[in-house]
Structures are given as structure tokens and as C-alpha cells.
Design a protein around this ligand. Structure first.
Ligand SMILES: C[C@@H](O)[C@H](NC(=O)OP(=O)(O)OC[C@H]1O[C@@H](n2cnc3c(N)ncnc32)[C@H](O)[C@@H]1O)C(=O)O
Ligand SMILES: Nc1ncnc2c1ncn2[C@@H]1O[C@H](COP(=O)(O)OP(=O)(O)OP(=O)(O)O)[C@@H](O)[C@H]1O
Ligand SMILES: [Fe+2]
Length: 581
């Protein structure tokens, strides 16, 4: 390369366990080039017992950061020396992890970064660690607008880019995925980190049933982890529990990634985070992407676990976009969320605005005529339309263990039929069920509405949804996945063909709830609040100005529900949960 025009960024990482520094050199930070190079120096903190102790981790950073930074500086100087006659500094900027992470560790990293920047008199770049986990995959793959699954120790979330931000499409409702697995292994008395040990033991294991918890695109691990500990305590073979654990946890992550691909219409998935080093997780994601014709990319292991390489690479992009930090504004942020970061380094390549179910049938509009052969591929099912009826088939998912897949398809089909009818009895418009075949995962019901709510979003309709959710919650169950694609809107004309509804004129406007497959009976306010949270997230993801819609949903829920305060209080709590303590 023409080294006189190259850019070199020194990156520093130290959010929890990895004291790491790196140099990234490139002739064009906006894309992956053939001649770019990244050198990473990492000194890992390994707790003697238990999990990561914040104080010990900080002591480790204190000792190790200066050493790894010195190594990276040395490499930068060497690389700079390869270009004869060069009379500028060996580095152009210093990038550091500003958060999220452990406060005492972050402070040590920030101090080292400020000192290095001052020493070379170059700008400082403050990088969000989670965004770095995903940008490294985007950078190395060359994908333009992928969905990103971050599977790390303290986090687990699915992100998509829209309007200058990474949106959190789905995330864990309790701990990060790595931490969940590590807690299970602590229960067994194994040393930290547990993830690789579970992967190893699972190789000799057989399937055991555990809870599987997906709510829209969110998910939680606490139930499955207690069940796994319990199973071991009850004498189940450890390798079987390890195997079952991986099959459930990774299938959950794969399922929500698939939902996110379906929602955004993106055909690209990138993976990041330490847990992404797991072969089984990558295999499942690859298999899911192959089944739906999407591209999948996971960077090499050194860029997956915490490392300063990813910090330097994103740092270079931010530097190029003039997104630098004055020293006096370079405070750390231990709860720094990825969606707080203004994305300054990307062209506006939103996900295809009407990311849609993939049409697999004839070219006729599914919402129009309803001719034979018309079909839609949703997130988990294929839906075909004929004579005013809809046939929904939950086809086997190759990435999931067969036993788990059979169980989920059977349970969801049965529940969808049951709750769709129950909601209707409570006065919520839903399709009339004509036929159910749980063994084959097939449902036949009436076709309703003229469009998905997503494609015809109005405040009045959003209010209807708020009211409908209050009604079913009062009746003791949740929808489980109330997104703007699982609401059908429009006149009820299309339903009159197969049912004899007499209320209202045949042209009345209706807002129907469909797709109750993730619903269940519950009297826990947390579950009701999660329904509202899923709907809120879907509004935020669909609408450019979501605020008035969120307020409308909330207001309608409040007016209709018998106990709105408890539920809305819970919702505020869910929204405020910090996940990076
Ligand atoms: C905020 C930051 O400090 C934090 N970093 C972090 O969690 O380190 P990371 O390197 O991304 O992930 C470590 C986790 O990755 C898990 N892990 C490592 N190898 C694994 C494997 N083969 N299978 C499953 N889990 C694995 C470990 O058990 C541990 O929980 C994060 O990114 O959330
Ligand atoms: N009863 C119905 N009447 C009219 N259209 C329907 C009906 N049921 C489903 N559809 C259409 O098919 C699409 C996919 O259906 P559904 O949501 O049940 O399947 P899915 O695979 O679970 O999809 P997703 O997870 O993306 O919501 C809906 O978004 C809707 O456009
Ligand atoms: Fe990380």
C-alpha cells in the first residue's frame, strides 16, 4: 500500500477481563482492504475462583494495560518505520472502550488512552464496546446492512441499523448469555469461564428438555438456568445437561435472529461476542441462514472475544468521520447502550424499509385476491391463502434439535388455536379457526383484514391494540409476540365469506390480533408488561416518529385494563433495567 497515505489507530480495551491493546493500519478505514493489518496484544484476567471480581479485575487492568499499550506502541512505531522519510507520529488516533463494562476497569483504560493521546498529540475516540462487537463483523464481511447478533458474556442482543442508530430489536431480559452459562458452571464448581467447558462436555451428551423462553424478539435465561442446575442436582448426567443447555439457549438466539431478519427484510447476519466462539452456535446460525437464503458471517475468534482490535477498527471509522472526543468530555459510561450511539461513520443504508415476509408463491398480492398458490414465508411459518382461508404451516427448522423442534411446533400450534379462539370470546377480533393439526404444525383459519398494521399504521389502530392487549391480560393470558406484523387492519369484508358475523356492517373497520403462537396463560404482571414492551419495540422499529403511537397505546391500555398501574409500573422497570452491573 501507499504507506504515506495509511492511517494507524491504537485501540485499548478493558471492560472486564481482557486487558488489550491493538494497532490497526489501513489505507481506507471505511471498508475492508486487502492490505489492512491488525495486531492485538491481550493479557487475560483469570479469577482463581468464582466469577469475575470487579476489584481483582481492576487490579489486573492496572498492571496489564500499560504493558499491552507499550507493545502496541512498539508495533505502531515499527510499521511507521517501514515507510522511509515519514515525519509524522506513528499513530493518528487513540480509541478506547468507553463502556459498557466495570467502572473501575473502564477508568483505568480511559486514563491510559488520554495519556497516550496526549503523548502523541493525536485525537481521542470513545468507542461503545457493544457496537465494536458488531462493527468488526460488518467490516470484515463487507456486508452493507446486516442484522447483528451480539452473544457476549454480559450481553445478548439483536441489532439493526435504522435512521442513524443501531436499534435493539431484541435482547435478554435478565443476564447476558455468557454470564448465564458461567453461572451454571459455577454451580458445578468449574472454573471461569464456563462457556468453553460446557461446549466440550456437550460433545458426549444427549438431549434433555429444558425451558425455552422467547418473547417476540426478547428472551430470558433465568428459567432455563435454574432448571439446568436442578437437573444436575437431580442426578441427570452433566454432559446431557450441557448438551440440552446449548441446544435450548442457542436455538433461542437463532430464532430471534431469524425473526429480526424477517422483520427487517435483511438478507445478512453477522455475529459477535465471546460466546460466538462456540461452534454449535455458529453452526445453528449458519444453518438458519442457509434455510432462508441469507448470508452469514462470523469473524475469526480473535475478533469475537473481547479484544482491542475491534476497538481500533471502529475507532478508525469514527476518526475518519471526525467523531473524536475532547479530553474533558471523555468520561466513561458503564451502562453505555448501543442504541445511545449516534452512528456517524455510516452512509444511510437503512434496512429495506418494508422488510417483508418473503413471498414464495405467485406474484399476485397476498392481501388482494387470495388466489390458490399465494404464499408468504413468515418468521417461523409458511402461510398460504385460498378462498378466504389461511393455512399456516410451521415447517421444521433444521437448526433446532429435532426433539425440541417437534415440541415447539406442536405446542405453538395448539396454543395458537386455543388462544385465538379464547381472545375472540373475550371480544377481541381474531380469525375464526377452521382446523388444527398440532402433530404436523398446521392451522387453518379465516383470512382477516386488508393489510398488516405495519403497512397502515395509525394512532386509532394502535389504540385498538392497546385495548385488545388489556382485554386478553384481564382474561389471564398474553399474546407473546404483539408486533405490528401480527396485527391485521382493514374492513371485515374478507371474513364474511366463511363466518356469519352479524355485528356491525360488513364494511366496519377492525383491528385483528393474529399469530398467538407465543402466547400463554399467566397471572404475572411481568408477562403482561412484556407484551407491552414487545409492542413498543415493534412500534419504535416500524415508525419514524414512534412517540405519539407509544403514548396512544399506553393511554388505551390504561383506560381498558382492570389493573393498569401494576402493569405499567412493571413496564417502566423492564425498560430501566441496567444489564451491565
Ligand atoms: C461488556 C464486556 O465486558 C463484556 N465482555 C464479555 O463478556 O467478554 P466476551 O469475551 O465478549 O465474552 C466472554 C464470555 O464468552 C464465553 N465463552 C467463551 N468461549 C465460549 C465457548 N466456546 N462457548 C460458549 N461460551 C464461550 C465465556 O464463558 C464468557 O462468558 C460484553 O461484551 O458483554
Ligand atoms: N388470518 C390471517 N388473515 C390475513 N392475513 C394473515 C392471516 N394470518 C397470517 N396472515 C399474514 O401472514 C403473515 C405471517 O403470518 P404469521 O404472523 O401468523 O406467521 P409467522 O411465520 O409467525 O410470522 P411472524 O413471526 O413474522 O409474525 C402475517 O404477517 C399476515 O400478513
Ligand atoms: Fe465483549
Amino acid at each position: 500500500m501507499d504507506r504515506s497515505r495509511s492511517l494507524r489507530v491504537l485501540g485499548i480495551e478493558g471492560t472486564a477481563w481482557a486487558a488489550s491493546a491493538a494497532v490497526f493500519e489501513t489505507s481506507d478505514p471505511t471498508r475492508r482492504t486487502d492490505d489492512e493489518r491488525v495486531e492485538i496484544y491481550t493479557d487475560a484476567y483469570e479469577p482463581d475462583s468464582g466469577g469475575i471480581h470487579p476489584r481483582e479485575a481492576a487490579e489486573h487492568m492496572h498492571e496489564a494495560i500499560p504493558e499491552v499499550v507499550a507493545q502496541a506502541r512498539e508495533t505502531a512505531r515499527e510499521w511507521a518505520g517501514e515507510y522511509d522519510g515519514r515525519d509524522r507520529q506513528p499513530i493518528d488516533a487513540v480509541a478506547f472502550s468507553r463502556g459498557p463494562g466495570l467502572g473501575p476497569c473502564l477508568r483505568i483504560v480511559a486514563t491510559a488512552a488520554r495519556a497516550t493521546a496526549q503523548r502523541f498529540d493525536v485525537p481521542l475516540v470513545g468507542v461503545n464496546h457493544m457496537v465494536a462487537h458488531l462493527e468488526i463483523g460488518r467490516h470484515r464481511s463487507g456486508f452493507d446492512s446486516p442484522v447483528c447478533l451480539n452473544a457476549s458474556g454480559a450481553n445478548a442482543h439483536v441489532l439493526g441499523y435504522r435512521n442513524g442508530r443501531y436499534r435493539v430489536l431484541g435482547e435478554t431480559m435478565d443476564t447476558g448469555v455468557g454470564n448465564a452459562i458461567d453461572k451454571f458452571t459455577r454451580h458445578l464448581g468449574w472454573s471461569h469461564p464456563g462457556g468453553p467447558k460446557v461446549e466440550e462436555r456437550a460433545k458426549d451428551g444427549e438431549f434433555v428438555d429444558l425451558p425455552y423462553v422467547v418473547k417476540g424478539m426478547d428472551f430470558s435465561f433465568s428459567g432455563i438456568m435454574s432448571a439446568a442446575k436442578q437437573a444436575v442436582d437431580n442426578g441427570e448426567a452433566v454432559e446431557d445437561v450441557c448438551f440440552g443447555l446449548q441446544e435450548h439457549v442457542f436455538a433461542m438466539l437463532t430464532e430471534v435472529s431469524e425473526r429480526a431478519l424477517s422483520l427487517t427484510g435483511s438478507g445478512q447476519l453477522v455475529l459477535g461476542g465471546g460466546v460466538a466462539q462456540n461452534d454449535r452456535l455458529r453452526e445453528m446460525l449458519e444453518s438458519m441462514c442457509e434455510q432462508r437464503g441469507a448470508d452469514f458471517y462470523a469473524p475469526e475468534a480473535r475478533f469475537l472475544r473481547d479484544n482491542a482490535g475491534m476497538i481500533a477498527v471502529l475507532g478508525a471509522k469514527m476518526f475518519e468521520a471526525d467523531d473524536t472526543l475532547p479530553i474533558e468530555e471523555s468520561r466513561i459510561d458503564s451502562n453505555f447502550r448501543p442504541d445511545q450511539v449516534p452512528v456517524t461513520w455510516r452512509e444511510d443504508e437503512d434496512w429495506t424499509a418494508d422488510g417483508d415476509s418473503v413471498r414464495v408463491g405467485k406474484d399476485d398480492r397476498a392481501d388482494g385476491g387470495g388466489h390458490a398458490g399465494d404464499a408468504l414465508q413468515g418468521a417461523e411459518a409458511t402461510v398460504t391463502f385460498e378462498d378466504g382461508l389461511v393455512t399456516k404451516r410451521r415447517n421444521p427448522r433444521t437448526y433446532r434439535h429435532e426433539t425440541l423442534d417437534d415440541r415447539l411446533r406442536r405446542e405453538r400450534t395448539r396454543l395458537e388455536a386455543r388462544l385465538t379462539s379464547q381472545a375472540r370470546r373475550e371480544g377481541v377480533p381474531t380469525p375464526v379457526i377452521e382446523d388444527v393439526d398440532p402433530e404436523n404444525g398446521v392451522l387453518v383459519y379465516q383470512r382477516v383484514g386488508e393489510a398488516d398494521l405495519r403497512d397502515d399504521l395509525t394512532e386509532a389502530r394502535v389504540r385498538d391494540v392497546g385495548r385488545h392487549l388489556a382485554t386478553i391480560h384481564d382474561a389471564g393470558f398474553v399474546h407473546g409476540d404483539p408486533t405490528t406484523r401480527n396485527v391485521r387492519v382493514g374492513r371485515e369484508a374478507s371474513e364474511t365469506r366463511s363466518s356469519k358475523t352479524t355485528d356491525n356492517a360488513a364494511t366496519a373497520e377492525r383491528t385483528y390480533l393474529i399469530d398467538f403462537g407465543l402466547g400463554y396463560f399467566t397471572d404475572d404482571a411481568e408477562d403482561y408488561a412484556m407484551d407491552l414492551h414487545v409492542f413498543d419495540q415493534s412500534l419504535t422499529g416500524t415508525a419514524d416518529d414512534a412517540e405519539p403511537l407509544l403514548a396512544a397505546a399506553r393511554e388505551a391500555y390504561r383506560a381498558e385494563s382492570s389493573d393498569p398501574e401494576t402493569v405499567l409500573e412493571r413496564l417502566r422497570e423492564i425498560e430501566g433495567r441496567g444489564r451491565y452491573q
